[in-house]
Write a protein that binds this ligand. Structure first.
Ligand code: SAM
Length: 224
């Protein structure tokens, strides 16, 4: 393949979605042919099981066979706990998940994701509470299960701390535009941090022989 395609492949062969819920993101990602392994994790096995069979191959997949095989695995488990099978991925996504954790568990999440799983890249999204005045009729948090909603300053401060502690750099962005003229002041509806691990491509920690392998997640589904 062309060099740009090789680079692309190198970057996103293995993708892990944390808090995958009903597998909506995984269903989109499975059409990215460069991905070889797609894994979803959620603490709520019932949610995962609802729609997981939708990840099975479609008849069109058989009509257009690909030489590259995609493996999909779904696990029930908590992002606050380590599991050796999820180490060394290229990309970990955590979309609208951390605000469902207590602040103590966010600390564990940071340690597990950035300190133990050590992926090349991590995408974290969470509500931006600076934007909340633009949400009509909102009283309190956006969802009753949210443990917090961070301002941009709070999110930035968490992200910077993670970068310092675990050797990442971050770019802060978001989705959901504010009304014209307000964007600067309030930011995006949902704030997003795109983290990249510093220090090149070598997957350090991966082959740390002293570290005992931990398997705390339960496999719910696996398909090729
Ligand atoms: N990522 C999906 C999305 O953007 O549509 C779902 C987000 S949903 C608001 C949050 C999900 O995080 C739920 O499916 C919930 O079960 C899951 N979750 C909450 N705490 C978790 C934990 N400690 N470990 C793994 N998943 C967790």
């Amino acid at each position: 393949p062309a060099l740009h395609r090789q680079r692309h492949q190198f970057v996103i062969d293995f993708v892990l979605d944390l808090g995958c819920c009903e597998c909506v993101l995984l269903k989109q990602l499975k059409f990215h042919r460069e991905i070889e392994l797609l894994v979803g994790v959620d603490i709520d096995g019932v949610q995962v099981k609802k729609k997981m069979h939708g990840l099975a191959p479609l008849s069109t997949d058989y009509l257009q066979p690909s030489y590259d095989q995609l493996r999909i695995e779904l696990y029930q488990g908590s992002v606050t706990e380590k599991d050796a099978r999820l180490r060394g991925f290229d990309l970990v996504t955590s979309i609208e998940l951390i605000e469902h954790l207590t602040l103590a568990d966010v600390e564990l999440f940071s340690e597990v994701v950035f300190g133990y799983l050590t992926p090349e890249a991590v995408i974290v999204s969470t509500p931006n509470s600076d934007f909340n005045p633009f949400l009509p009729g909102l009283v309190g948090f956006r969802h009753r299960d949210h443990k917090f909603e961070w301002t941009r300053a709070e999110f930035k401060s968490w992200a910077m701390k993670v970068c310092l502690q675990y050797g990442y750099e971050v770019e802060l962005t978001g989705v959901g535009q504010a009304p014209p003229g307000q964007q600067e002041r309030v930011g995006f509806c949902s704030q997003i941090g795109v983290f990249h691990r510093l220090g090149g491509k070598e997957r350090y920690n991966m082959f740390d022989e002293d570290a005992e392998d931990v398997f705390s997640y339960t496999l719910l589904y696996s398909i090729i």
